[in-house]
Design a protein. Structure first.
Length: 205
């Protein structure tokens, strides 16, 4: 079963990922991430740092996703493992829809078309939501921010995420990232256990 964690920078999803390692250790999940689960991720990091042109950056994120699927996600799912990814395709739809605005006509459609039909859709996606001001407070000082981490960008990215959650209310679970970290982690860990139980029941039928 594939579970993904999504949210804007500063939403605490990476700490959540780390907390789940402990809380779900007995299930022996595969913990992974985008970008960067394979060497293709190094070129993505370089593209982000050098602020290369947005189409190059977007297609590198997709290349990283393809390598991630081929080398980590699909093999683990084939073995029946639980896979928990810190960011996944919704990050592309939410962020690159913003960075490609005015560059590509209908960026979200273009991005989705690059995934549809071959990518693995997550069974469940936990979306960490909090006021953008709070997320900015949790991030590094202004000077060192990646270009995604600007207020206007994060506002738009979070609105994109929220619209996806409205469109796919079964897959998405909105998590209140203002709650204490332990509360959030326990809630998500319990929800994943519940999903595994009901998933097994469905397969038996
Ligand atoms: P990440 O390493 O997850 O940063 P953080 O740990 O700070 O959340 O991701 C780096 C940046 O890349 C982050 O600002 C989100 C962005 N990103 C995209 O724009 N598109 C994508 O498809 C992915 C996976 C990440």
């Amino acid at each position: 079963m594939l579970v993904t964690l999504e949210g804007i920078d500063g939403s605490g999803k990476s700490s959540l990922h780390a907390a789940l390692r402990e809380l779900l250790a007995d299930l022996d999940p595969v913990f992974t991430r985008e970008p960067g689960a394979t060497w293709v991720g190094d070129s993505v990091r370089r593209a982000i740092a050098e602020q290369i042109d947005p189409v190059t950056e977007a297609t590198l994120f997709v290349a990283d996703h393809a390598a991630h699927l081929a080398t980590v996600v699909r093999p683990a799912l084939a073995e029946g493992r639980l896979v928990i990814s810190d960011r996944y395709s919704d990050s592309r739809f939410a962020y690159q829809s913003v960075t490609l605005q005015g560059i590509i006509p209908e960026p979200e459609k273009w991005l989705r078309a690059m995934h549809n039909g071959w990518s693995v859709v997550p069974y469940r996606t936990f979306l960490c939501v909090l006021p953008v001001d709070e997320a900015l407070l949790r991030l590094k000082p202004d000077a060192q921010r990646e270009h995604f981490e600007k207020r206007e960008t994060l506002e738009k990215v979070q609105n994109n995420y929220l619209s996806y959650a409205r469109n796919e209310p079964t897959r998405f679970v909105i998590v209140d990232a203002m709650l204490p970290q332990e509360t959030v982690a326990k809630f998500v860990a319990d929800a994943i256990r519940q999903d595994l139980k009901s998933g097994k029941k469905k397969r038996k039928k």
